[in-house]
Design a protein around this ligand. Structure first.
Ligand SMILES: [Fe+2]
Length: 290
């Protein structure tokens, strides 16, 4: 029943001889009707939530990309609309992208994009990214010039980190700090809007259960983003987030990325609090390879 491009069976793509390597061609014909149905249901459920809780840049982006609510998008079609706006493009990947390569893609206005989709009986929760998270959650944000610049700037930070040639313990701490910053902004960030808050983080924008909770629930803590807090704050990926951080605008976020880089160069990220996320060895090595 499961099709090849359902997330749990993504390994089959890795094994295809014509698809060796990290960057692949989206094997579009392999999506099953069940896969398209999963997309259709995910999109239909999220649309009314986006209208209530997503920031206006995202809503504009959804319109600009002309995503088909009925079918999994072809990345080529998405890019046809996206590239003229900010130069960004979605690039299909076969699996996990080591941290440095991921950030360095952002620097080059490329977004490594998962092309598998979650199983239709697991629409609510998936710990790893899938094409709905990446294309419907992230890519609409990439249509906004300020946000696109911020992502590129973050990619430059990774390059700065690699050039420091720091010993393993320090580099681990720097990567952990960057991952925490990315998590609490790009993935789970909130932004001021009028007198209230809107969602701009893609983890929230692609989660039917969490987007409303992030804005409405009294049990979620929401605080203005402070760099010294975020870089020391662990997070867990397997449940709803109890703590979220607020930025004023994308200009504010851009400034924060610059500050993060300054702190990195000054050594302030060398000893951040231990804990989540764990830094994989392949992530560490990726910062050495360039
Ligand atoms: Fe993501």
């Amino acid at each position: 029943m499961s099709a090849i491009l359902t997330s749990t069976r993504a390994i089959e793509i890795h094994d295809a001889p014509a698809q060796s390597g990290l960057f692949i061609t989206q094997p579009y014909e392999q999506y099953s009707e069940e896969n398209h149905e999963a997309w259709r249901r995910l999109y239909a459920r999220m649309l009314p939530k986006w209208e209530l809780y997503a920031n206006p840049h995202f809503l504009k982006g959804i319109g600009a990309l002309s995503l088909d609510p009925q079918r999994i998008p072809r990345l080529d079609d998405v890019n046809r609309f996206l590239r003229p706006l900010t130069g960004f493009r979605a690039k299909a990947v076969s699996g996990y992208v080591p941290a440095f390569q991921f950030f360095d893609c952002l620097r080059q206005r490329e977004f490594p994009t998962t092309i598998t989709i979650r199983r239709s009986d697991q629409l609510d929760y998936l710990p790893e990214p899938d094409i709905f998270h990446d294309i419907a959650g992230h890519v609409p944000m990439h249509t906004d010039p300020h946000f696109a610049e911020t992502l590129m700037r973050f990619g430059e930070c990774a390059r700065t980190a690699a050039k420091l040639d720091a010993p393993v313990e320090q580099l681990t701490s720097i990567i952990r700090a960057m991952a925490r910053f990315f998590w609490f902004t790009i993935e789970f960030g909130l932004m001021r809007h009028g007198g209230g808050l809107k969602v701009y983080g893609s983890g929230l924008l692609s989660s039917y259960g969490e987007i409303e909770r992030a804005i409405e629930s009294p049990s979620v803590q929401r605080y203005p983003l402070r760099l010294e807090w975020v870089i020391n704050q662990g997070f867990e990926i397997d449940h709803y987030q109890p703590l979220l951080f607020i930025v004023d605008s994308f200009e504010h976020l851009y400034e924060l990325v610059g500050e993060l880089e300054e702190w990195m160069v000054q050594g302030h990220l060398d000893n951040v609090a231990p804990g989540e996320p764990l830094v994989r060895e392949e992530d560490l090595l990726s910062f050495r390879a360039d």
